[in-house]
Design a protein around this ligand. Structure first.
Ligand code: ADP
Ligand code: MG
Length: 216
């Protein structure tokens, strides 16, 4: 199996503080990986590094394969500003940016794809709702609809189920499993060990400057 992401002697941090130190690891193409570890272990920092938001202090992050260059990244909910005045339909349409350009007009086909993505996350009829009126679970569904349209081959999700109702969690895990079945590479930061055991073939554990590959 070919490698999608390779981390070599990787250290990441903020100013002079290291949050991730000397990590060597790889994630295979088409794998479904849970990234687990205690609070503050550096899970979000690691995912931001892979997403290209943080530059390594030391070491190297390599993303292989042309199809993996344009990855999808979902930050932790706490890091997302929901006060921006935008309706559900327009937020989901951002998933099409790489295909039609930021200022491209949406055609009939695009509108149909937006409707299809909203239907897939159970939000038909929410098109014109402002995002600040949604519950946490509904908002997460909208972000998943946007990722469905983004159609990325490499998908990174940071605690997608924290503060989310059980029904939403059950629906969204099915979308993640669908991405895995389609052969995409998916890595998800999680803290629910039952979910990890039930659905995730690969696990990375990151714990205070250590990352270890576990077999499950
Ligand atoms: P996790 O996601 O595993 O809970 P994080 O990657 O968020 O851990 O944080 C790892 C360490 O980096 C923690 O000590 C945290 O306080 C620190 N940290 C995270 N974000 C920042 C930031 N923007 N500025 C400074 N330190 C940060
Ligand atoms: Mg985190």
């Amino acid at each position: 199996m070919s490698v999608a992401i390779k981390l070599e002697d990787l250290s990441l941090g903020y100013g002079s503080d290291l949050a991730v130190s000397k990590v060597d690891a790889s994630i295979d193409d088409g794998s479904l990986t849970a990234i687990i570890g205690p609070n503050g272990a550096g899970k979000s920092t690691l995912v931001k590094g892979i997403a290209g938001i943080l530059t390594p202090v030391e070491g190297k992050i390599s993303i292989f394969g042309e199809r993996n260059e344009c990855l999808a990244y979902l930050p932790q909910q706490s890091e997302i500003d929901r006060s921006f005045p935008i309706c559900v339909s327009n937020l989901v349409a951002m998933g099409l940016w790489s295909q039609i350009g930021a200022f491209g007009a949406l055609g009939k086909k695009d509108l149909a794809r937006i409707a299809e993505a909203l239907a897939a996350v159970g939000l038909t009829g929410f098109e014109r709702r402002s995002i600040d009126t949604l519950s946490g679970g509904q908002f997460q569904r909208v972000l998943f609809a946007r990722m469905l349209l983004q159609d990325a081959n490499l998908i990174l999700l940071d605690e997608p189920f924290s503060a989310i109702d059980l029904k939403t969690m059950a629906d969204l895990i099915q979308i993640i499993l669908g991405w895995h079945r389609e052969g995409r590479t998916v890595a998800v930061v999680l803290h629910d060990h039952e979910m990890v055991k039930a659905h995730f073939p690969d696990t990375f554990m990151i714990a205070s400057f250590l990352i270890r590959r576990l077999m499950s």
